[in-house]
Design a protein around this ligand. Structure first.
Ligand code: CA
Length: 657
């Protein structure tokens, strides 16, 4: 009898342990439109009710420990999670590192995001009616396509031991969350695991680890979605390769998630195609797990940002304004909402702002003690090559959705307003840069109008006043080949013209910016797999277009690219062109000039690696009246690896005097 009582008591104690705490929910996510916003938002049509509007807010606790205060739209101090919910955020994402502390207990930084912090964040998210997306990095610090370091405690384990440890860690972490009453909606098995995870680089091993994590999720939160997360949707075929492996090894998961940073990750059209393909072929749900956009080019925490006004070679489809930020997010939501099985979009670190306004020293002290920078100096003990060298503050404070004082930006309301639309009268939001080139022997004529980027992201010509004097213009005529920045004002907004003083370029469509090949011509002697004009800003030396080549088979990259020019004034000319590429094997690349079909000179060129442009010239090209000049580049590569590839840009034919 007595024994039975004890058993009953034990059973009820266990049951209580499983149920855990119940968090009293004060649902703050609005079920109607937020009225009165000054933000222009075009409605996203047919947006499903349950569409995830996520916000990664991993750094909040470290921020608060550093003294950061967050406010609501009325200017009152308020729990930032309540403000997020009130703006239409439905899910909070949080990264989890196994043990982000050195042997003396000093945090590595980046929020010092361990399980304990995830629970504290999860409790607050749950309280305001949101669900948690748990992002296990399975590392002691940042995991991304560049690094996937194994947690120190697991470093000597074989794959079976590691899988077992990962299972236990996942299960234990989730059980603690459950006990605390946290509403977990989704769990990620690794972060941006493109080619490795947890120190492993073979798919079979990575998926074995993922499978043990998946099992732990199913056992603790059976209603939560299990997600995998990759980056670089712009790499053709990459996601298909990943999804195929996951299928082949039978991983039990629900969501195939992608990062999408518009600066680098290709077009939205490509993103839609890639995600649609995964949804169709593998029957998975798909989403964007990380995206963000700058609301300003300025840094606010004395620690340089990833993106600024000076950042070159990025796609900038929207101005760096609060409205531009909202427009970018709206476009990503619109794209995912119209993809098959598209379930949501999560913004990355919208709450990570400066911890001080006075000096680097003031902030540095907080980054070190509270972990509110991307890495503290202590992070170097685990990650000497990156954290150890470049530790510091926040590189995305200009992509937050709160200003440096902790006040929410109007853009935050986009998560609510996309459901209803807020198509108010568009007004000028920023002035697009004007890019001009003038012949040194010609006349500088600055335009009287510039393009205003409207809040609706449409362009509209508006009058401009340039801050330029006659003396400035004189200096430009006399200054030789040079590029100048001229400022101005239009509609009360700053305008900017980038003016290049150049020698006249006798080539047409010289940098392929017409988006077509003509009047260039190609002679494809090797039958290349790809040889075309490509629209990709990140691979262009200037502008957004360039000539692209790639071919898998040995020796199949063998072509010339030429342009013929007639009616040149008699004189001496110089031809210049640029190339970059790789995997060339043995190459014979040269630029050349022919006058009436007779070679007038050639200069060897080389391809080495991505981003390393080789610019070469043929000079002293003597031309008499009526002669035809043909200039161009000849490319022959044996090919190595996956085949020779390259980019050609910026042909120039100038008078040499
Ligand atoms: Ca910064």
């Amino acid at each position: 009898m007595k024994k039975r009582w004890i058993i009953l008591l034990l059973v009820s104690a266990m049951a209580l342990g499983c149920v855990g705490k119940t968090i009293e929910v004060e649902n703050a996510v609005p079920t109607a439109k937020i009225e009165g916003s000054s933000l222009y938002v075009k409605k996203v049509e047919n947006l499903p009710d349950g569409f995830i509007m996520g916000m990664d807010a991993s750094s909040v606790i470290a921020e608060e420990q550093s003294g950061v205060k967050y406010f609501n739209f009325a200017g009152e101090e308020q729990d930032v999670f309540k403000t997020l919910a009130e703006s239409g955020v439905t899910h909070i994402r949080v990264r989890v590192w196994n043990h982000p502390y050195d042997a003396n207990g000093n945090g590595y930084g980046g929020g010092n995001n361990d399980v304990e912090k995830a629970i504290a964040i999860g409790e607050r998210a749950t309280k305001y009616g949101m669900q948690l997306i748990v992002d296990f990095h399975y590392s002691d610090f940042w995991a991304d396509p560049g690094k996937q370091m194994v947690p120190l405690a697991w470093k000597d384990m074989d794959i079976s031991e590691k899988a077992d440890a990962l299972y236990k860690f996942t299960k234990d972490s989730l059980k603690q969350m459950k006990k605390a009453g946290v509403a977990v909606g989704m769990v990620q098995l690794g972060n941006e695991t493109n080619t490795s995870m947890c120190g492993e680089t073979y798919w079979e091993r990575i998926i074995k680890l993922m499978a043990s994590g998946s099992k732990a999720v199913r056992e603790t939160y059976p209603n939560a979605l299990v997600a995998v997360h990759f980056a670089n949707p712009e790499r053709a075929g990459a996601y298909d390769g990943c999804a195929e492996k996951l299928e082949a090894f039978g991983l039990d998961y629900d969501v195939f998630a992608s990062s999408y940073y518009p600066y680098w990750h290709g077009t939205l059209e490509n993103l839609a195609n890639v995600l649609n393909g995964i949804a169709e072929r593998y029957g998975k749900k798909v989403m964007v797990m990380e995206t963000s956009y700058a609301y300003t080019g300025a840094d606010s925490d004395f620690s340089g940002n990833t993106i600024s006004d000076e950042t070159g070679n990025i796609v900038k489809d929207y101005p760096f304004t609060v409205q531009g930020q909202a427009n970018s997010v709206r476009s990503v939501i619109d794209t995912v909402a119209h993809v098959k099985n598209g379930i949501g979009v999560c913004y990355w670190e919208g709450t990570w702002i400066t911890v001080g306004t006075n000096s680097w020293e003031e902030n540095h002290e907080k980054w070190e003690t509270c972990g509110s920078g991307w890495a503290s100096s202590y992070g170097g003990s685990y990650d000497p090559d990156d954290a150890g060298k470049y530790y510091g503050g926040c590189a995305v404070d200009n992509q937050a959705m709160f200003d440096p004082q902790g006040k929410p930006l109007e853009s935050l309301k986009v998560f609510n307003l996309v459901r209803y639309g807020n198509e108010i009268e568009p007004k000028p939001d920023a002035i697009a840069d004007t890019v001009l080139a003038f012949d040194l022997k010609g006349t500088i004529e600055l335009p009287e109008t510039v393009d205003a980027v409207m809040t609706s992201n449409e362009l509209k010509p508006v009058p401009v006043e340039w801050n330029v004097t006659e003396a400035d213009l004189d200096a430009m005529y006399r200054g030789g080949v040079h590029t100048y920045e001229i400022t101005g004002t239009a509609e009360g907004l700053p305008a900017r013209a980038i003016v290049s003083m150049v020698k006249f370029n006798y080539l047409k469509n010289a940098g392929f910016e017409d988006g077509v090949l003509e009047p260039w011509q190609t002679e494809d002697r090797g039958g290349a797999d790809q040889l075309y004009v490509e629209d990709k800003v990140t691979d262009s030396q200037n502008g957004t277009y360039h000539m692209h080549f790639w071919s898998a088979k040995q020796g199949s990259v063998d072509f010339s690219l030429t342009q013929q020019v007639t009616d040149l004034p008699e004189g001496v000319y110089r031809f210049t062109i640029s190339v970059m590429g790789g995997d060339g094997g043995e190459t014979e690349i040269f630029c050349f000039a022919l006058v009436d079909g007779v070679e007038a000179g050639r200069t060897p060129m080389k391809i080495t690696s991505y981003g390393n442009w080789d610019t070469q010239s043929v000079s002293g090209i003597e031309v008499k009246a009526g002669q035809t000049v043909t200039v161009g580049i000849s490319v022959r590569c044996e090919g190595a690896g996956n085949g020779a590839w390259g980019k050609i840009d910026d042909g120039m034919l100038n008078a040499e005097d």
